[in-house]
Design a binder for this molecule. Structure first.
Ligand code: PLP
Length: 289
């Protein structure tokens, strides 16, 4: 058996088992919400924050939540207890459920809920210092990017374009404004201040974004401007970085082939990286096993 530990509609199995019906609406319509959290030494990080985002997304899509906070935490703890690898991620998905194919969904169908754990190699110290190169690309997503829906075709195309350009991430531009990365939040640093897109329907409310803003304001005493960055401003920055559950705070050293700052991790980015890494460990330690 090579599969990862999988919790599927109330029972444990592994990802080797084929389980999704062909008429599951997640499969046919992308009618589903997903979530990803990180764990270290079998301990979940920012679990409640991930639950709350899942809950909000499900409510917005009118999909019943199969969990309350207590049962969610219990299932994720049990999953991590069965997981061999100490560090990794858990992928969660809740679809509207299975029904005879029609765009409108019937009332009262049971959601399909699953979660599986997986080993993940998080960026090491050298990578976090070296940073990543990124490109820009048009944002062709729908109008509810605040919902973590599994409709990721536009994100997948942006990411493939980045890979073909030999870089790690693509940031999405819309109306001449920088929204976010294909799978990350985007931050700029200029004249000692941090700039990032405000929370609205154009971006996902990143769990790490939220923590980093809090740490910048409370711990580092750095001003944060929550406003969309104009495309032209991208090439006159002191520092830039992206944030996500798997990448943490990751410096950006090049955008569309143009060097940002001194082409390595900047001072403010580095300070936030340290604060965030400590915050993450504190969350793991306080969550117990
Ligand atoms: N924005 C998008 C579009 C994402 O897909 C992700 C993560 O997958 C993020 C932002 C970062 O969110 P988080 O910090 O919760 O991982």
């Amino acid at each position: 058996m090579t599969g990862d530990v999988l919790w599927f509609n109330g029972r444990f199995t592994t990802t080797d088992e084929r389980l999704i019906g062909v008429e599951d609406r997640g499969f046919q319509f992308g009618d589903a919400i997903y979530e990803v959290f990180k764990f270290l030494r079998h301990r979940p990080i920012f679990l409640r924050e991930h639950f709350h985002r899942l809950e909000t997304g499900l409510r917005e899509l009118e999909i019943p939540n199969p969990w309350d906070e207590r049962s969610f935490v219990d299932v994720m703890r049990a999953l991590l207890d069965k997981t061999e690898t100490a560090d990794g991620i858990v992928y969660i998905q809740v679809t509207r459920g299975e029904a005879r194919r029609a765009h409108f969904w019937p009332e009262g169908i049971e959601p399909t809920a699953l979660a599986y754990s997986r080993a993940f190699v998080f960026p090491d110290a050298a990578k976090k210092e070296r940073g990543i190169k990124i490109i820009t690309t048009p944002d062709i997503r729908w109008h509810h990017c605040d919902v973590k829906s599994v409709n990721l075709l536009a994100n997948a195309f942006a990411k493939k374009k980045a890979q073909r350009a030999g870089v790690d991430e693509a940031i999405l531009l819309n109306d001449g404004l920088v929204r976010e990365g294909a799978s990350s939040s985007f931050f700029a640093v200029r004249s000692g201040r941090i700039i990032t897109h405000p929370l609205d329907e154009n971006i996902l409310p990143g769990v790490v974004r939220d923590r980093v803003i809090e740490l910048a304001l409370r711990e580092a005493k750095i001003r944060v401007d929550e406003r969309p960055l104009r495309e032209q401003e991208l090439f006159d920055l002191d520092e830039a970085f992206i944030t996500s559950t798997t990448q943490g705070v990751m410096p950006v050293t090049e955008i569309d082939g143009r060097i940002i700052g001194n082409s390595r991790c900047g001072e403010i980015t580095s300070a936030l990286q340290r604060l965030f890494d400590a915050d993450e460990l504190a969350s793991a330690n306080s969550s117990g096993r």
